[in-house]
Design a protein around this ligand. Structure first.
Ligand code: G3H
Ligand code: 13P
Ligand code: ZN
Length: 311
């Protein structure tokens, strides 16, 4: 099966009350860990590439690694641009074999966001590629840009119908209290997301796929392991799995996860290095890192996303 768009997987996810995991990929071990878990559980998958990932690993390397994963697993996999900042980046990914792109105009005025998103949709749809837009603004760090809590804003449910009909997007990322990175809540804060806003949005857009960014759980076991083996990640707090499960049963069809991959990998490498100080073959410490990713993704597929056996 070749790479697929998100159309079919979102339709089935919405109807089935589950979500697809969208995992950020930056190298071979990350791609292998994620796809091995999905293959074992027969789960559909979105592999997403940020501008930072393209800069780090190169567009062609990442595309070819993902194509290799499709050959190896036979799974329906969408290759998606994460946080496309402008038309040119989206066009380059569409021309370069991606099956889905995000145009992130969430920092623009409403009118500018509509105009830019519409332009990307026109080009993407002419090339059979699906498009994710964003309304509302998440807090956190992404591609070295830090959005403070004061500058973040929840999605206004009164705007979503107008935005979707004017732009023609295939899915919509919303801001309901998730945020990028490993420090999503302050200690003592109730780590809840605004499921009431999600429900309002669903009323305005029945049947339409919604996307959650910044949705890592910041798995406490990884944070503890990192701290135990010389790291310093005090007060790292993520979105509770119970909140994500509720969102996945509602209109959320795509859940973005990057920080949990980073934490799984870092925890495994720190532990390996601490326990094997004389080893220096990268295959020795990258193997447990890849295994840790595989186990974490398998857990998400079965117990958070609910997309096992939906490929
Ligand atoms: O939302 C951002 C993702 O975590 C990607 O992060 O831009 O550092 O690759 P990155
Ligand atoms: P996390 O930082 O919560 O993993 O979010 C990743 C993301 O939204 C990528 O677009
Ligand atoms: Zn994001």
């Amino acid at each position: 099966m070749p790479l697929v768009t998100t159309t079919e997987m979102f339709k089935k996810a919405y109807e089935g009350g589950y979500a697809i995991g969208a995992f950020n990929v930056n190298n071979m071990e990350i791609i292998q860990g994620i796809t091995e878990a999905a293959a074992k559980l027969n789960a559909p998958l979105i592999l997403q590439v940020s501008a930072g990932a393209r800069k780090y690993a190169n567009h062609t390397y990442l595309t070819k690694l993902v194509e290799a994963a499709v050959i190896e697993t036979g799974l329906p996999i969408a290759l998606h641009l994460d946080h496309g900042a402008d038309f040119e980046t989206c066009k380059s990914c569409i021309d370069g074999g991606f099956t889905s792109v995000m145009i992130d105009g969430s920092h623009l005025t409403y009118e500018e966001n509509v105009a830019l998103t519409k332009k990307v949709v026109e080009y993407a749809h002419a090339h059979s590629v699906t498009v994710e837009g964003e309304l509302g603004r998440l807090a956190g760090v992404e591609d070295d840009v830090q959005v403070s809590e004061e500058d973040s804003s929840y999605t206004n449910p009164d705007e979503v119908y107008d935005f979707v009909t004017k732009t023609g997007v295939d899915s919509l990322a919303i801001a309901i209290g998730t945020s990028h990175g490993a420090f999503k809540f302050k200690p003592g804060q109730d780590p809840k997301i605004r499921l009431d806003i999600l429900e309002e949005i669903e009323k305005q857009l029945p049947g339409f796929p919604i996307v959650l960014h910044g949705a890592s759980s910041v798995v406490p076991e990884f944070v503890d392991e990192i701290n135990k083996f010389g790291g310093k990640m005090d007060n790292a707090i993520g979105i509770p799995e119970s909140e994500l499960r509720k969102a996945a049963q509602k209109a959320v069809c795509k859940i973005n996860i990057d920080s949990d991959l980073r934490l799984a990998m870092t925890a495994a490498i720190r532990k390996y290095m601490a326990e094997n100080p004389s080893h220096f073959d990268p295959r020795q410490y990258l193997s447990p890192a890849r295994d840790a990713i595989m186990e974490m993704v398998a857990h998400k597929i079965e117990f958070v996303l609910g997309c096992a056996n939906k490929a």
